[in-house]
Design a protein around this ligand. Structure first.
Ligand code: GDG
Length: 738
């Protein structure tokens, strides 16, 4: 049975050696909790570095045996690899670049080479444990090259990649000398996930500009594979944080700390020591606050926890000195015998202490300059059991897209930060509760388990979709085969979509009037007595009648609402049904699950999915996805999907393009069938086609059509060749009546 392999730079366990004895500390991190329920199952495995250099092979064997019991397997790194791959390229090249601190980035060839070697080392370890059809989920920026390395060795594996830190705009990413290799590495995955829509947008734009791959709706077409890019805002283990906050031990700690701190107002600040977290800027804002609001002297304390991190890296040492100096200066300036404005801790503290800090703080100051997501702010919200407290959150944190009830600030705007502190400290309790309750509802629903489930579901979906969407180019050999069967057939049905398949899209719909060449081609094709040519369009029937009504054609207009058989007038069939609603509602619920802020409206004969309150861009993306999803389903049901203003509406309707084409297939003999379409809506047509039909899609190649051509120009050439092939046999201008 296929298994799941999780890969991250670090394992969810920390290895240490004390007095010659190996000890293992389990990680309490969000990722470890979220994935805990799956990596410990059956043969699943988590592969990564155990956090300590062990060169002795005897000891390595012991570690392998010890952690194997918990479904983990170690990748051992040498001292030099830790220095060059982890501290060097990962933390001094990629981290600053991806957090928009490219002035801190170093570009050193030897660091890059070690990065490549270590990614290869991870790949080799994984390959030893993986079967061809396993699912492998790779995490984060230290392993950007791994998806492609794995793809080469395990072409059929299902590979997911999630990046926990931001993906910068193309203008910043392009600064990296190894930008192309890095992107190519990531593109080995089937699904590439980021926290926010902005990250995925930046990634797609870099892929397009640096490698030249295009795509639609988050899909990237690499020529021989298609992969999906999507956003998955990571949640926390909400229940864990609220339960710890409710424990007796934490409540006691809170009381004790409150007494020790001594002021009625407490502002909390918790981060790893990192320049991306905006710690000095936050301190400066607090200093200005004290200067501007002397009435708060002796009444507010900033409890600041800074967790040591990457202290071997020079920039982090400098930052530590800067923070120490600022804290010293502010405390020196304002403290008196009863009051220290800042209580500063430079260490890691147990979860219960953290929880007590969250509980006692009436304000949390989370103001990173950049942050992929930021979990601290979410943990604060989950710990506020009485729903009091105010979150001041940087709009540069991924979490700000979900937590719009926080006081959102730009961390570069020090005055705004100061006024936000004042607003937070003076906010009426009732108002605090309204905002806190809304944020808690969001975080409860979009928790870490939801995140893991969504990513895994999406990964399986991509794999299925890839299989069904592979089309091949209609090359000369296939054309010849098609042309032979065209010639042999005594009766032919030819379905041609108008916009995008016969003509290019124009700025305004009415500019796509058929030119002389197209009219002549359609005339020649339809005047062949063996042919029945059906032109299909979503345009109004009057428009189609005006442009093509004089030809010997059959026409479908307005998505199939109107049908015209050659030689007779327009007809329609309508009905009003609503028995489809329960099934479609389930699908819309899935989109609500994946899209914070969206909701469903139910009308008598329709369902509407609204996204006006969703993060700009993400709503549009999901709407397009939903429209596609429903279009596939609509083929054999009586639905019409309308992509409206900030809403997608699904209406009962008995007619659609697929049904319309089935009508011709049922009515007329067809030894040869050809269908040419151009967009997702035309999938209905392809689905309705018999097995032996030649189905061709123009442009983007993701389709259930068997073949693709580049655009209307190639379609016209292909049809012209078919016509010419027979022109010797058919008398010119021979007409056939309907
Ligand atoms: C990266 C991205 C993204 C902190 N101090 C202590 C402690 N912590 C815990 C917090 C929180 C975690 O560490 C920090 O997570 P963040 O998300 O805030 O930041 P990064 O470490 O930079 O994480 C980030 C994340 O990946 C997930 O994708 O959100 O944007 O940079 O859980 O509670 N825990 C304990 N003691 C401490 O002293 N026990």
């Amino acid at each position: 049975m296929a298994k799941l392999i999780i890969v991250s730079n670090r394992l969810p366990v920390k290895l240490q050696e004390k007095d010659g004895k190996l000890t293992y500390t389990t990680s309490e991190g969000g990722l470890a909790t979220g994935l805990g329920s799956i990596y410990k199952k059956q043969d699943n495995l988590w592969i990564g570095w155990p956090g300590m250099v062990i060169e002795d092979t005897g000891k390595q064997k012991i570690v392998i045996e010890d952690i194997r019991k918990d479904n983990m397997y170690p990748v051992f790194l040498t001292e030099n690899e830790v220095k060059e791959f982890y501290e060097g390229f990962s933390n001094e090249t990629l981290w600053p670049t991806f957090h928009y601190f490219s002035q801190y980035a170093i570009y050193e060839q030897n660091l890059w080479e070690t990065y490549v070697e270590v990614n290869q080392k991870y790949c080799d370890e994984i390959v030893k444990h993986a079967s061809p059809n396993d699912t492998i989920w790779v995490h984060d920026y230290q392993l950007l090259l791994l998806p492609s390395m794995l793809r080469e060795k395990l072409p059929d594996a299902t590979i997911g990649f999630f990046q926990h830190i931001p993906f910068p705009s193309y203008e910043v990413f392009r600064l990296l000398p190894w930008r192309k290799e890095l992107l190519e590495g990531m593109l080995g995955a089937d699904l590439v996930g980021f926290h926010t829509y902005d990250d995925m947008r930046h990634f797609l734009s870099s892929v397009n500009r640096i490698i030249g791959y295009g795509g639609m709706h988050g899909w990237i077409n690499t020529g021989n594979r298609s992969l999906l890019v999507d956003s998955f805002p990571m949640g926390i283990d909400y229940d864990k944080y609220s339960e710890v906050a409710a424990s007796e031990k934490v409540m006691k700690l809170e009381q004790q700390y409150r007494k020790n701190v001594g002021t009625e107002n407490i502002i909390i600040s918790i981060d790893r020591l990192d320049y991306s977290k905006g710690i000095p800027q936050r301190l400066q804002a607090f200093e200005l606050f004290l200067e501007k609001y002397p009435e708060f002297h002796g009444k507010v304390t900033l409890v600041m926890l800074v967790v040591p991190s990457r202290d071997a890296v020079e920039k982090y040492k400098e930052l530590k000195e800067e923070v120490d100096e600022l804290v010293g200066r502010i405390n020196g300036k304002y403290s008196d015998i009863h009051w220290n404005p800042i209580q500063y801790f430079y260490r890691s503290l147990p979860l219960e202490v953290l929880s007590a800090f969250y509980r006692m703080a009436n304000v949390a100051l989370v103001t990173p300059m950049r942050d992929g997501m930021n979990l601290v702010c979410k943990e604060y919200v989950a710990s506020k059991l009485d729903q009091t407290g105010v979150l001041i959150l940087s709009e540069m944190a991924g979490a700000s897209k979900e937590l719009s009830d926080a006081l959102l600030i730009n961390p570069n705007d020090i005055n705004k930060m100061v006024s936000a502190m004042y607003e937070a400290l003076t906010m009426p309790v009732e108002e605090q509760k309204v905002h806190m309750a809304t944020m808690q509802d969001t975080l409860k629903r979009y928790n870490i388990h939801h995140w893991v489930g969504l990513f895994m579901d999406r990964l399986s979906y991509v794999k299925i979709k890839q299989m069904s969407l592979e089309t091949s180019y209609l090359d000369d050999a296939t054309f010849q085969e098609m042309s032979d069967s065209y010639e042999l057939a005594g009766s032919r049905l030819i379905f041609l979509e108008y916009d995008g398949a016969l003509t290019n899209y124009k700025a305004k719909p009415l500019m796509a009037r058929p030119d002389e060449d197209l009219l002549e081609l359609l005339e020649n094709l339809s005047n062949n007595p063996k042919n029945r040519v059906v032109v299909i369009s979503s345009r109004e029937k009057a428009n189609m009648e005006d442009w093509l009504g004089h030809l010997n054609l059959d026409i479908v207009a307005e998505h199939g609402v109107w049908l015209k058989q050659r030689g007779s007038g327009w007809k329609t069939m309508m009905s009003l049904m609503d028995d489809w609603k329960s099934d479609i509602r389930l699908i819309l619920e899935l989109y609500v699950d994946r899209t914070p802020g969206s909701f469903i409206e139910e009308k008598e004969y329709s369902l509407v999915w609204h996204y006006r309150r969703v993060e700009t861009g993400l709503g549009e993306l999901r709407a397009r996805e939903l429209v596609n999803h429903l279009n596939f389903l609509a083929t054999n049901s009586n639905l019409q999907v309308l992509d409206g203003q900030m809403a997608v509406e699904i209406k009962a309707q008995e007619v659609n393009k697929g049904k319309a084409t089935s009508h011709w297939l049922n009515m007329y003999p067809h030894e040869f069938v050809l269908a040419v379409g151009d967009d997702w809506g035309d999938e209905e047509i392809f689905k309705a086609m018999p097995r032996n039909a030649y189905t061709i899609k123009t442009g983007n190649s993701y389709s259930i059509a068997k073949y693709h051509l580049d655009g209307p120009g190639e379609v016209r050439d292909m049809l012209t060749k078919l016509v010419k092939q027979e022109s010797k046999e058919i008398p010119p201008n021979a007409k056939m009546t309907g």
